[in-house]
Design a protein around this ligand. Sequence first.
Ligand code: COA
Length: 166
Amino acid sequence: MDNCIIRSWREKDAQVITSHANNRKIWINLRDKFPYPYKVSDAESFIRMALEENPEVNFAIDVEDEAAGGIGVKLNNDVDRVSAEVGFWLGENCWGQGIATDVLIAFTDFAFKRFELTRVYGFIFEWNLACLRVFEKAGFTMEAILRKSVIKDGKIIDQYLYSKIE
Ligand SMILES: CC(C)(COP(=O)(O)OP(=O)(O)OC[C@H]1O[C@@H](n2cnc3c(N)ncnc32)[C@H](O)[C@@H]1OP(=O)(O)O)[C@@H](O)C(=O)NCCC(=O)NCCS
C-alpha cells in the first residue's frame, strides 16, 4: 500500500487521532481500556506512554501523512516471552481498502524479528467479522474459540483466537 506506513507516535498526532478514535464502532471491538467517548487528553496520555516505552511496542498507522490508527504488541514474560498479542484499529474513513491486512502482515514480520518471537496471536470478538477476515487474509490460523470469555457492552461473548507462527 503506497500511501500507508507504520511509524512511531508523535505528540502532534493527538488531535487527529482523537477524531478517528472517538467512534463507538471502534470501541465496540476493543478492550474497555480504549475509552469512549475518546478525548484529546486520552490521546495525549496514550502517546506519552507509547513514547516512553522501552522497547517501543505501540506504533501509529499513518495514511496519507496523517495518523489514522494504531497497532501494537503486548509482550509476555518468562516462558511465554516468545509469544506476543497483536492489536490494532483504524479510522472508519480508511476501512475497506485492505489497509489493515497490509499493516498486519508487515507489522507481524517486523515483530517476529524485532522481539525474537515464534508466535504472534490476536483475540477477536465474535461479532467482529471484518477483523476475522483481516487475520485470515494476513495468513493467521484460527486456533480456538474462547467461549463466553469476555464481557463487552454488557454482553457475554465468545472470542476467536488466531495465531501466526514464524
Ligand atoms: C477491523 C479493521 C481494522 C479492518 O480494517 P480494514 O482496513 O477495513 O480491513 P481490510 O480492508 O484489510 O479487510 C477487511 C475485510 O473484512 C471484510 N468485511 C468488512 N466488514 C465485514 C462484515 N460486516 N462482514 C464480513 N466481512 C466484512 C471486508 O470485505 C474485507 O474483506 P475482503 O478483502 O475479503 O473483501 C477496522 O474495521 C477497525 O479498525 N475496526 C475497529 C477496531 C477493530 O476491530 N480492531 C481489531 C480488533 S481484533
